[in-house]
Design a protein around this ligand. Structure first.
Ligand code: SF4
Length: 357
């Protein structure tokens, strides 16, 4: 048997096990952009029994960045003498009337970074005002925090940050409160869980009686996560299960959490699709407030406007699947995206388009 045949046999066996374990129709949600892509890439949803439905949730950090935050980044990019340092996907996400890529074409200095520390090095070596766009979940925030701390230590007066960092747990609270969302279990993200730890989910799961399984990213790890969820539901349990134990610990990465806590404090945050989430984001602490880019350049966070045809908000809540958006594959494609879910490499619409057509 070839390795590919062995792989297919193993995943089929797992799908059959899920079918045997599932005793009722259930809807499960993965809250991770990488999971969404793996589901689509390996056709995992198609091999699951019909009564196990899968939805994508707000797991793509670029996608949940609000239209207002994108517009604020565009305003910063237009300030003379400012260099924007950002991660790749952000460059093509549409704001109300432009993208960072368009602004760059018009002369703005927008640079793509592979790590936040690159922005610090850039500021160290140039006369420009360097603004780091701090976008992402707890996975990327420790790196951003370390960069901010280092810029402060070096006394760089030409470095600042626009924080659009998001916190997962308040978003899960907002998700279960949303009226158009009905899920029976959550497949929790391996990456974020590495930082926040399995313990972070326990109070949430106890309060909402919603099973939650932390899963890795290989197809078999994902299917084992689904199997664990289906078994919990069949047995009437609602627990946190760590199905990624070699990587995710109970308490998380204490060093990374300490770095976040030193630089940032929880703050209300606007999420695409979920609205204003209390304590759903992170703002600079008082000691680092002089590095806040919006304050430095006198910019107020605008409200932002999404494309009227774009239903990313509903996609991110799991209220619709990407093909249910009327623009999917017509007005909106990876070449001409109307919303972030078609731009980002972790976006559900991009995954659906790339692997399911
Ligand atoms: Fe938005 Fe395009 Fe996805 Fe529709 S298909 S929700 S327009 S990103």
């Amino acid at each position: 048997m070839s390795r590919r045949e062995e792989f297919v046999a193993r995943t089929r066996a797992l799908a059959e096990e899920i079918a045997r374990a599932s005793d009722r129709p259930v809807t499960l949600m993965e809250v991770c952009g990488t999971h969404a892509h793996q589901f689509a890439r390996y056709g995992l949803a198609q091999i699951l029994p019909e009564q196990v439905q899968l939805l994508s949730g707000p797991g793509c950090p670029v996608c949940v960045t609000s239209a207002g935050e994108i517009d604020a980044a565009l305003m910063l990019a237009r300030v003379p003498g400012v260099t924007i340092a950002t991660f790749g996907d952000m460059v093509r996400v549409p704001g109300s009337d432009s993208t960072l890529a368009h602004e760059r074409a018009r002369g703005a200095d927008v640079r793509v970074m592979f790590s936040p520390m690159e922005a610090v090095e850039l500021a160290q070596g140039c006369g420009q005002q360097v603004v780091l766009l701090g976008v992402g979940f707890e996975t990327t925030t420790p790196g951003v925090a370390v960069a901010v701390r280092e810029a402060k230590r070096r006394g760089l007066r030409n470095f600042s940050i626009m924080s659009a960092a998001k916190r997962l747990m308040p978003a899960l609270e907002a998700l279960v409160a949303a009226e158009d969302v009905a899920v029976h279990g959550l497949l929790a993200p391996g990456h974020v869980s590495t930082i926040i730890g399995a313990a972070a989910y326990r109070a949430f799961v106890a309060e909402h009686s919603l099973p939650c399984v932390i899963a890795g990213f290989e197809p078999e790890q994902i299917l084992r996560g689904v199997l664990a969820l289906v078994r919990q539901l069949a047995e009437g349990r609602a627990e946190v299960e760590n199905a990624y134990p070699g990587v995710v610990s109970e308490e998380g990465n204490l060093k990374a959490l300490a770095a976040i806590d030193e630089v940032f404090e929880p703050a209300d945050s606007q999420w695409r699709g979920l609205g204003l989430i209390p304590l759903g984001g992170l703002a600079l602490r008082e000691e680092y407030a002089d590095l806040d880019a919006l304050t430095r350049f006198g910019i107020e966070m605008p409200e932002g406007r999404e494309h009227p045809a774009c239903r990313c908000g509903e996609v991110l809540r799991g209220a619709i699947r990407p093909p249910e958006c009327g623009a999917f594959g017509r007005a909106c494609t990876p070449e001409h995206p109307l919303g972030p879910c078609m731009v980002s490499s972790e976006g559900a619409c991009a995954a659906a388009w790339k692997y399911e057509g």
